[in-house]
Design a protein around this ligand. Structure first.
Ligand SMILES: *Cc1c(COP(=O)(O)O)cnc(C)c1O
Length: 369
């Protein structure tokens, strides 16, 4: 079989299985988060596979991402929660998206966009500690009273109340839950009765059962990656969905002392074989992982030799037999012997989320199931 020049293989069965597993584990509804092109995996295909695994709702950051899903034929509830300043919501209403509302002004804009016959579904977002978006605690009363009024006159439909936790520590996340419960009580008193309350993303959904409420918003877990430093995908019963591979584009036998890639930060210690991998930082392979990122070639793991360039990097494979066209796997499923996205994250001093999300548009995605 010919190895593709560059490819990110996306295992949609892994996506469905991961959602099914987390739904069973948490015992509540799963909102599958497919923002940022599904963390680099391809949003429409992932959304469909997540639904097949039992996700009741799809989450995205922006309305544009939600509209894109609709254009690609994804139906069912889609929630978008991060909006441009002064954005209108007519297109969201027309596409039947649900929107997160984080301020009084957004609430008014949403009410102005909705027709009386089909009021826009709203999830009120309260800030319970992250200090990002979400209604600030001082505004909860005013926003809740207005939301109740707008629902009574048929301008909005209040679907959800939600927030997000920081994963700072169990104690701090439980404090955020306490704040959230205070908001839920204020909502109740104001006559706001959301169908669902949701707080936890993947980490809290797994580790803090009391934060599961009516639904959990699962991002990284959908893709089979662990949000924890001390537990792997397999430890959590998850399977990584993305495998990043390329075909070795050139092989050269070189004498001791040969410099490799920019600035010669790597030099061959003895006569050796160099293999060229046609993936670089333009493809999302972090330059920060130069000299460290692990690559599987012919059943053996090697670190990147020298600098990762825009389009390519070199691996020093010693006397290992390697030919042009052989497969190089950067990361995938460790139970199959592949390096993990988490190892690349450590090599680049970042998190696995960033490794998969940054895989560039130049790398074709091929879905398998
Ligand atoms: C990205 C995001 C999530 C998903 O987080 P994971 O840690 O990937 O599960 C959930 N909720 C909100 C508000 C987000 O922005």
């Amino acid at each position: 079989m010919t190895v593709p020049f560059r490819e990110a293989t996306i295992d949609l069965d892994a996506v469905s299985d991961n959602v099914r597993h987390l739904r069973r584990l948490t015992g509540v509804d799963v909102i599958a988060v497919v923002k940022a092109n599904a963390y680099g995996h391809g949003s429409a295909a992932v959304a469909v596979a997540a639904r097949a695994g039992g996700a009741s709702r799809i989450g995205v950051a922006t309305i544009e991402e939600g509209l894109d899903l609709r254009r690609q034929g994804v139906n069912g509830p889609i929630l978008a929660w991060l909006h441009a300043p002064n954005r209108r919501f007519d297109d969201a209403a027309e596409a039947g998206l649900e929107v997160g509302v984080s301020s009084f002004d957004q609430l008014e804009a949403v009410a102005a966009s909705a027709s009386v016959n089909s009021p826009l579904g709203v999830h009120l977002k309260v800030d319970t500690g992250l200090s990002r978006n979400g209604v600030a605690p001082g505004d909860w009363g005013r926003v809740l009273a207005e939301a109740a009024r707008l629902e009574r006159i048929g301008r909005i439909r209040i679907v959800g109340l939600f927030s997000h936790v920081s994963n700072a520590s169990g104690d701090e996340d439980r404090a955020a839950l306490g704040e959230f419960q205070r908001a839920a009580e204020m909502a109740e008193a104001a006559g706001v009765r959301p169908e669902i309350r949701h707080l936890a993303a993947t980490a809290a959904a797994i580790d803090l059962p009391e934060t599961r409420l009516d639904a959990v918003r699962i991002g990284i877990g959908v893709y089979g990656l662990s949000p924890f430093d001390d537990r792997s995908s397999a430890d959590l019963g998850l399977r990584p969905a993305m495998t990043l591979r390329a075909a070795i584009a050139a092989v050269r036998r070189v004498p001791a002392g040969t410099g490799v890639s920019y600035s010669y930060v790597h030099r061959a210690e003895r006569e050796t074989t160099l293999a060229l991998v046609p993936l670089g930082y333009a493809d999302g392979v972090p330059r920060q992982a130069s000299g460290r990122g692990p690559v599987l070639i012919g059943g053996k793991r090697f670190p990147v030799a020298g600098r990762i360039a825009m389009d390519q990097f070199v691996v020093d494979v010693g006397d290992h037999a390697v030919s042009v066209g052989d497969e190089a796997v950067l990361f995938g499923d460790p139970t199959l012997g592949h390096p993990s996205a988490t190892e690349w994250a450590r090599a680049a001093d970042t998190i696995n989320y960033e490794i998969v999300t940054r895989i560039g548009a130049r790398v074709p995605r091929r879905t398998v199931s």
